[in-house]
Design a protein around this ligand. Structure first.
Ligand code: FAD
Length: 786
């Protein structure tokens, strides 16, 4: 039987890039297996455009890497890939959109992208004379955009991989896969193949290939059109590299193709195609154009680029690509399937192909993707995301909103409500406006039931309600629903020893809780957890609800005999009470005095786990009950006059206290020293990541987490904004909010270790003065909480 260390399934831009990156790391006992010919999925008919912009900074950096790789792979393989780095312009038709682009320029500055800048209408027309300037306000020019020959790029990666010893087998469909003691056994049309690792890079077939190993990936094909024009005299007259153009209000993108142009459409009403995955016998064929579906957007497109309409259409390209609910790929290992790797759902293969190849090859060879790739990690969705009732509306929404502005705190409707807590109906009746985390509805703030939220780049109309919730917590008592936490019960004779090694902090005594970072061996964060010791051999480990699958994968990879983990998320939850009156309320609920119940004490009173702590920085008691009692608990709290508070108020409260949370201040990209989580490390013991953490401690962290005070301004930072000293970017904001109690706009930021005093922060792209605070803006001594 043929045998390889790695078999990559799928010969599109993703699979060939994965193969190349594995080969570049020195592995040659690797093969790519392709159903028909290389490029035969979505890759052959792509328009070949690429860009570096992405909502997630790490994915954006990896997209820049993808672009940097093209000339290298072309040179190494000797294949002409028709690379044109023409730059690109995003057009704005409203002042609001222009402000959004101004914020995007700041984002480019934060990323260190030189050359991204706003552009006036005259300059846009000078560079792209076929643009009709009617209604245009301006645009953003990004030099790191361009296009290439999509087939050439695939063959370049394939050729370079082959030159480094990789094998490519075409006309050989993988029929099934089975896990054996020796790894994976693949049945293929040309016979069985054994592999230590298999990579699912099957594009539009990715869902079906996943099902071969028993997993339903949330990925589905969706249709997409572009047209190619006949020769356009106005384009033939352009003797410079004409930038690509994206008309954000016009739903279209344009790039030069020889003497004509490609005009692509992201329509408001897209269609899926074979949601279960493309048919196995689907050839490299185009689908008949469905012009009715895109007629409205095309009309706008031809009005913006009138010369195209006059030239006539040479060719329609109507095909499909794989898409996920948030538009980013699904990458990485899957819990319970050792040696299986997802590299699926790559919607923008020519912007992200090398990004996926690099991450997967690092992960397979070194055991780590090399960066914080959570934004494309397969664990960012649970099983629920592959249900068509969720997958189809969310992918439809992502596609249809491709060029639309999503405002800070804007909540999109598709696929909701999917999961709700038992108190959902009561909280809704109390005026909760919900957001969503990992499919779960979570209150953002509470307002009158007929309130209509109007998101904005500046402060939105939720502000007065958030202010009232903050006031309640600081002066009376508020309750925050703790469904947003994940809970894992760890039991067994080796539970304590196991946790002691996996977690960097001290394991608490029975009846106490502790905060602890969990580290990667390379010293970066893998969690900011709390541990409650309920009995000698029974612990509750608490983290963020949305990280369940990610944490469970890490726990499983590090599992030892004598330890059991039960994921209790959703089975136990309750409310976190915060505020001066919280003790009185907690006592009323449990019917016992809490005299002598110290800060960080945690124990059961009947069915209620009471834990004394507060994310808001006030006296606080978390009450956790079995799920079936949560609604009753809420009604009791409401009867006692407790004010419900949502995520938005908690952000304001915690930022006033300088408290970070996972996903903003704490991520896989940061270290305990940088984020201040090193104060929870027990340096006396042995733990995963200790060597790296000690090295950081000895050298001193290069950056540190600080609170910035932006004073009295009309908009707040939201995260990922550059922090400046003069013309030097010295850091990045991680989150921001109006500090309702201290009455100032605040942000948390990761800045160079030597930065202090006066700085500037780009808020909606405008540089505003700010001060690095030397202590939290509220209750620096922590006396109120203790
Ligand atoms: C009209 C159109 C225009 C586009 N324009 C752009 C653009 O300008 N820029 C951009 O970045 N993206 C663009 N895209 C998207 C782009 O085409 C995809 O992101 C990219 O091609 C995905 O590459 P892939 O390798 O992941 O998947 P694919 O190219 O689909 O490759 C998957 C491969 O897996 C093979 N396979 C599947 N199952 C098996 C099996 N069981 N055994 C063996 N082999 C198997 C298939 O035959 C196929 O070759 C466009 C898409 C369309 C439809």
């Amino acid at each position: 039987m043929e045998s390889y260390r790695v078999v990559v399934i799928g010969g599109g831009i993703t699979g060939t890039s994965v193969l190349y990156h594995l080969a570049a790391k020195g592995w040659s006992d690797i093969a790519l297996v392709e159903r028909t010919e290389l490029t035969a999925g979505s890759s052959w008919h792509a328009a070949g455009g690429f860009h570096a912009i992405n909502n997630d900074p790490v994915v954006a950096a990896l997209q820049s890497y993808t672009i940097e790789m093209y000339p290298k792979v072309a040179a190494e393989s000797g294949v002409d890939i028709g690379l044109k780095l023409s730059g690109g312009i995003e057009l704005a038709c409203t002042p609001e959109r222009m402000r959004w682009l101004q914020a995007e320029v700041a984002w480019h500055q934060m990323m260190g992208h030189e050359g991204a800048r706003l552009m006036g209408v005259d300059e846009i027309v000078d560079l792209v004379p076929i643009v009709n300037p009617d209604g245009l306000v301006g645009g953003l020019f990004d030099p790191d955009e361009g296009n290439l020959d999509p087939n050439g790029a695939v063959y370049a990666y394939a050729g370079a991989a082959r030159n480094r010893g990789a094998t490519i087998i075409t006309h050989n469909r993988v029929l099934s896969m089975k896990r054996t003691r020796d790894g994976w056994q693949l049945q293929t049309e040309k016979g069985p193949i054994r592999a230590e690792h298999v990579v699912n890079a099957a594009g539009m077939w990715g869902r079906k290939v996943g099902q071969m190993v028993g997993i339903d990936h949330p990925v589905t094909p969706i249709l997409h059109h572009y047209l190619v024009t006949e020769d356009v005299p106005e384009i033939m007259a352009i003797d410079w590299a004409m930038p690509a153009v994206t008309d954000l209000e016009g739903w279209t993108y344009l790039q030069r193709e020889q003497n004509g142009a490609v005009l692509g459409v992201y329509e408001a009403n897209p269609n899926h195609w074979h949601p279960e995955g493309a048919p196995w016998d689907f050839g490299a064929t185009l689908l008949p154009p469905d012009i009715d579906r895109i007629a409205d957007e095309l009309t706008i497109g031809f009005a913006r680029f009138p010369a195209l309409e006059a030239a006539g259409i040479k060719r329609w390209v109507h095909g499909a690509f794989a898409i996920t609910p948030d538009g980013n790929p699904l990458v990485g290992p899957v819990r319970g399937l050792p040696g299986y790797w997802a590299a699926a759902g790559v919607m923008a293969g020519y912007s992200q192909g090398a990004a996926v190849g690099l991450a997967i090859s690092n992960w397979i060879v070194d055991g780590d993707p090399g960066d914080d790739v959570y934004a494309m990690d397969v664990t960012r969705f649970g099983d629920w995301a592959a249900d068509d009732s969720y997958l189809l509306p969310t992918t439809h929404q992502f596609y249809a909103r491709r060029f639309l502005t999503t405002y800070p705190h804007e909540q999109l409707p598709a696929g909701r409500p999917l999961h709700t807590t038992p108190a959902y109906d009561d909280l809704k009746a109390a005026g909760a406006q919900f957001g969503v985390t990992w499919g779960l509805e979570v209150p953002q703030f509470f307002a009158p039931v007929d309130f209509v939220h109007e998101p904005s780049l500046q402060r939105d109309n939720a502000l007065p309600y958030i202010a009232a919730e903050v006031e309640a917590v600081r002066t009376d008592v508020g309750a925050y629903e703790t469904g947003v936490y994940s809970r894992y019960e760890v039991t067994g004779p080796h539970a304590q020893v196991w946790l002691d090694r996996l977690l960097a902090g001290r394991i608490p005594a029975v009846g106490r809780m502790g905060l602890t970072p969990m580290l990667h061996p390379k010293g970066t964060l893998m969690g900011d957890l709390s541990v409650t010791r309920i009995a000698d051999d029974r612990f509750w480990v608490i983290g963020s609800y949305y990280l369940q699958e990610w944490h469970m994968r890490w726990f499983t990879e590090h599992m030892v005999d004598g330890v059991e983990i039960d994921n209790l998320s959703g089975k136990w939850l309750g409310f976190a009470l915060s505020g001066p009156r919280s003790r009185e309320i907690a006592e009323a609920v449990i019917g016992e005095p809490l005299e002598g119940f110290r800060f960080m004490d945690a124990r059961f009173f009947g069915d209620v786990l009471v834990a004394r702590m507060s994310l808001a920085g006030e006296l606080g008691y978390e009450l956790t009950v079995p799920a079936e009692q949560q609604a009753t608990l809420w009604r009791r709290l409401a009867d006692l006059g407790v004010t419900p508070v949502g995520d938005r108020a908690i952000d304001s409260l915690r930022i006033e206290k300088g408290f970070g949370i996972w996903s903003t201040e704490f991520t896989q990209a940061y270290t305990p020293g940088e984020t201040g989580l090193d104060r929870f490390i027990d340096w006396e013991k042995d733990f995963v990541g200790k060597e790296a953490a000690l090295a950081e401690r000895a050298a001193g962290p290069k950056r540190r987490m600080v609170t910035l005070d932006l004073g009295d301004c009309d908009a707040d930072a939201v995260g990922d904004e550059p922090v400046w000293v003069g013309d030097r970017v010295v850091g990045v904001t991680t989150s921001g909010a109006y500090g309702h109690h201290v009455q100032s706009s605040l942000a948390l930021a990761l800045v160079d270790a030597d930065v202090s005093g006066a700085v500037e922060v780009s808020v909606i792209g405008e540089r505003r003065p700010a001060t690095v605070l030397t202590e939290p803006a509220y209750d620096p001594s922590g006396s109120r909480m203790r």
